[in-house]
Design a protein around this ligand. Structure first.
Ligand code: UDP
Length: 350
């Protein structure tokens, strides 16, 4: 049987049922393929780094960064049955209705020390637009210089800010080891039960798409965009056996980023307390994990698996290694800069 005859016979064309079936099948395949290619989305960012990257890749001059569809790379569940979150879902619509009734209160906590004050405005204004819009939110800003928040960012109704003064901590490494300790102290002394959920987030980030009720879980961690989908042996877990953050070869499901984690305030307090004790213990023994705080966070999350895992949409930056995601939502400007070559770093004053 010839599917596409080279010589067309004269007179009316006869098509067998089988040929008709094959034509339909091929047409279906073509439509399916084209749909898959079309599923690309745009992310709007006001940061110059993103404008440059977009233009560099010939992605137009509108400041849009196109991201390929993630297709089958969007599993909805972890191997232990926790939800793996890719944006709004039916579950979050249900959750939204519940929250509206219960008046759930969420905290968003960030450190702003030294030169990082330059990030606060973009961080807050983007959070006002995209972080749990219309919900009751309190920002907790831990800073050595409250004046860095002047003039104050205008907050919407139901949105508050608490500024918590902390001592100046010279040196980035010192702060990296102190953050967990300060987080635990702040929850105990200041936040208490004022909020139901609390998220700890790096301030050198920008919300670029909605981050809603889908992120609310008991213990929430975010997948590292450059390690999502990579083999287990590429995860930079701590390999020094003397460190309390040590992870054996047969441990660890995912590698999580320290850019965003949280959950119920009681769960986050437990996490911060355990991690700070491990850090203090290692400091006393003179063995500190190479990945700093992120190593201890990963150790903790192996022992206490998160109940809600956020996809790399919730911690993303454009780099050769970053996984393609359908909709980047929270973008790390700091790590974005790290991914640039030396010339670009200088150009964008990274
Ligand atoms: N940070 C700060 N001042 C500093 C260094 C860090 O306020 O000098 C805070 C800030 O909130 C920042 C977070 O600590 O977003 C994490 O630091 P950084 O982004 O440098 O580390 P990374 O997570 O990229 O390794």
């Amino acid at each position: 049987m010839v599917l596409f005859p080279l010589k067309m016979p004269a007179g009316p064309i006869r098509v067998t049922r089988f040929q008709m079936f094959l034509y339909c099948f091929l047409l279906f395949l073509l439509i399916y393929f084209l749909q898959g290619r079309k599923a690309a989305v745009g992310v709007q960012s006001s940061h110059p780094v993103f404008h440059a990257l977009a233009m560099e890749r010939g992605r137009g001059t509108t400041g849009l960064v196109n991201v390929k569809a993630a297709g089958p790379q969007t599993p909805l569940e972890t191997p232990w049955g926790a939800q793996l979150v890719w944006g709004d879902s039916r579950k979050s619509v249900h959750r939204r209705a519940q929250l509206a009734q219960q008046g759930i209160h969420t905290g968003l906590l960030a450190f702003m020390v030294g030169t990082y004050a330059k990030f606060v405005r973009r961080f807050l204004s983007s959070a006002e637009t995209y972080f749990l819009p219309h919900q009751l939110v309190t920002y907790y800003i831990l800073t050595d210089n409250a004046r860095g928040l002047e003039p104050p960012t205008e907050l919407g109704p139901n949105r508050r800010m608490k500024v918590i003064s902390i001592a100046e901590l010279p040196g980035w490494e010192k702060l990296a080891y102190r953050r967990m300790i300060l987080l635990a102290e702040t929850i105990k002394d200041t936040i208490g039960n004022d909020v139901d959920y609390l998220f700890c987030v790096d301030i050198d980030q920008e919300f670029v798409a909605p981050v809603g009720e889908e992120i609310l879980g008991d213990l929430v961690a975010t997948l590292h965009p450059e390690l999502f989908g990579m083999p287990r042996n590429s995860f930079p877990f701590e390999i020094e056996k003397d460190s309390s953050a040590y992870v054996a070869e047969n441990e660890g499901d995912y590698y999580y980023t320290s850019e965003l984690y949280g959950g119920l305030v009681s769960e986050l307090y437990r996490l911060a307390r355990v991690c700070s004790m491990l850090i203090l213990q290692d400091q006393a023994n003179g063995v500190l994990a190479k990945g700093l705080e992120e190593s201890y966070l990963n150790r903790y999350l192996i022992n206490h698996r998160p109940t809600c895992v956020l996809s790399p949409e919730y911690s993303w930056w454009d780099s050769a290694l970053a996984a393609d995601v359908p909709v980047p939502r929270l973008v790390s400007l700091g790590r974005q800069c790290e991914a640039l070559d030396e010339d670009k770093k200088e150009e964008f004053k990274c």
